[in-house]
Design a protein around this ligand. Sequence first.
Ligand code: AR6
Length: 174
Amino acid sequence: MGAEHDAAGVRIELTRGDIAAQPDIDAVVNAANAQLLPGGGVAGALHRAAGPELAAACRPHAPIRPGECVITEGFALPSQYVIHCLGPVYGIDEPAAGLLADCYRNALLLADRQGLASIAFPAVSAGSFGYPAREAADVALATVITTAPRLASVRRVRFVLFGEESLLVHEQAL
Ligand code: AR6
């Protein structure tokens, strides 16, 4: 288990694990591609666990732009919803930090508009998209903390990190 922190009544939890296996979370965030296709990494894991209905539900929303988020049902996932975010490709989509912050803020506000109480994020852009882990963690946590006062229904934000190193950089950022 990792660290916890309270920001304006919103609990921020850091944990190691699989974003596709979060039974006590209302919406999990997908580190998507623009076409909202299954792909690898987080997107692959979520689509595998959700089943083929997820790709079908995504199709009418595609393509999305960096920083943008859309919501679908979670189908066979333990979470009821998936919020698909397109993170910036590091070194290509600019400004990288601004676009990554847009992902986190837009996902939180979308979950809040749906009246959800909990949301879990992976480290968006910090895998295939090449965003340096510590810089991405700084943007992610700063954005959750600055957005927290605007949230009415979201009360729990979990970061589900894949490895020990990723958990460590998020703990340092927090
Ligand atoms: N649960 C939690 N974290 C995970 C999981 C998992 N099941 N699998 C990987 N990670 P990435 P991106 C970590 O590449 O950088 C896809 O192919 C991973 O170790 O999934 O935004 C899409 O189709 C890393 O720390 O997302 C896109 O084309 C972090 O999650 C592209 O990759 C994000 O890695 C998106 O790239």
